[in-house]
Design a protein around this ligand. Sequence first.
Ligand SMILES: [Zn+2]
Length: 250
Amino acid sequence: MPDPAEQATPGPVAGADGPLVCLTFDDGPSAHRPRTLQILRELEVPAVFFDVGMRVRANPDLVRFAAAEGHQVLNHTDTHPALTSLTPVGMREEILGAGRALEDAGVEVPFRAVRPPMTAVDDVVHAVIQVLDYLEVGGTISALDWHPGTTAEAIRDSVLAQLAPGGVIVLHDGPADTGAGSATVEALPGIVAGVRESGYGFGLLDETGAVVPARYVASGQPVPELAAPVPYRPLVVPEPEPPAPWVPMP
Ligand SMILES: [Zn+2]
């Protein structure tokens, strides 16, 4: 199990001497992912992607690339249901299905961790995750960026107002059930600048869920383009539609 601080080739040390936060993106890979990866590369910020199995199968190149750049790719279930709406068997299938999708994409997860969609958890969900020997990961800083009505400025300001040592910032790489996402990408450079101006560095997660120092890895590979339409669940906010190409989930 590689320590995120040790798996990297030489690069800028991210906040080794100061407080850290961790940038996480849920629900991808979406049509926004190539731009997000490009910005993270330019700013040398390592991040965590909690990806959805159905979207990993659609665009595995983006997931492989993210891992090659030193980002952590972890599990956000297979089709992004509320786990609390499922039987224990269904919960297990959702978590293991996404795990298989990552494995089939050629991604070696740094450790087994899942972030339950929509923070929908109860005692049964906790127990199933524990039995599967997964770490359950939440977040401490969020910005309503899954809603298309939230502006880039509001996302940035909300994140920066909540900074605290060890904070885990939850953003979305094209939410699974709304057409939002472009404002998050637009907000990203300002978030990175504001975090750094506040004296924080960007870390990654360890197998206990703590934020630990990390370095950015430049793979030297070009950022892949979107190769296939991105699957979406039924939209909970009808407008705008997600960026093309997209398809309703099978
Ligand atoms: Zn989600």
